[in-house]
Design a protein around this ligand. Sequence first.
Ligand SMILES: Nc1ncnc2c1ncn2[C@@H]1O[C@H](COP(=O)(O)OP(=O)(O)OP(=O)(O)O)[C@@H](O)[C@H]1O
Ligand SMILES: [Mg+2]
Length: 262
Amino acid sequence: MGKIVALANQKGGVGKTTTAINLAASLAILGKKILLVDADPQANATSGLGLNIHSNGIYDCIMGDKRAVDVIVHQPEVKKLDVLPSSIELVGADAELPTLERGHFRIKEVLDPIRESYDYVIVDCSPSLGYTTVNVLVAADTVLIPVQCEYFALEGLGKLLNTIKMVKSKLNPELDIEGFLLTMYARTRHANQVADEVKEHFGPLVFDTVILRNIRLTEAPSYGKPVILHDAQSLGSLNYLNLAKEFIKRNKSASQDNGDNK
Ligand SMILES: Nc1ncnc2c1ncn2[C@@H]1O[C@H](COP(=O)(O)OP(=O)(O)OP(=O)(O)O)[C@@H](O)[C@H]1O
Ligand SMILES: [Mg+2]
């Protein structure tokens, strides 16, 4: 059954969407069947993959009577990549979801019927820890946390980790941390200090792969493409391909460990 991985950090602009798009595309190119779920009303992952942000999307599944299979679209250029798009309507969900019975479980109920069709379901969250993001954490198996290599990077992580702990204790006991990903790394002393500090705090949970600052990553969404199709030789493309390989390798050894423990 497809593993659901949420990309979350309530700090804005840390690389959640860039990672969602390019990890999803790289995993798909490596042969995994991938669904990218856009759970952000900004719909940057949807438009960044060249898809229409005005059509039906996740909001119609959460608040309306559409099923995920009715609104999932295929990314035309990446064979094994599907997208559950978002739109600005989703901005209402934070206020509307709490009025529903089992409101915390809506996204889980939307994703559960389709997850077995995929190897991984990658969910791009908005920069908030509101009701919709908590819904994603309830649906998810793990959380992948992008951390931008700059001042205040660690500030706010405590709040995110507390939210994860709260969800784990009350709503989703299986929730785990997939890992911390250092993003927008520039080879400066300061970025090194931040990276060291994150590694000191979180040890082996930090991915070995680091995402460097790379202009191609900024350009690619305006062409509606993952970076690997925009400039396959770019550092950004290589970094995300390496991340996808590390992600697959870690998941392989984790599932072997689980098997050994049975
Ligand atoms: N490694 C990188 N190198 C250069 N630019 C990057 C890199 N990663 C992200 N960016 C740029 O930084 C900006 C913020 O990135 P992104 O949209 O991925 O962050 P986010 O966490 O999804 O933001 P939000 O919280 O608003 O959803 C974007 O303009 C993106 O193109
Ligand atoms: Mg984003």
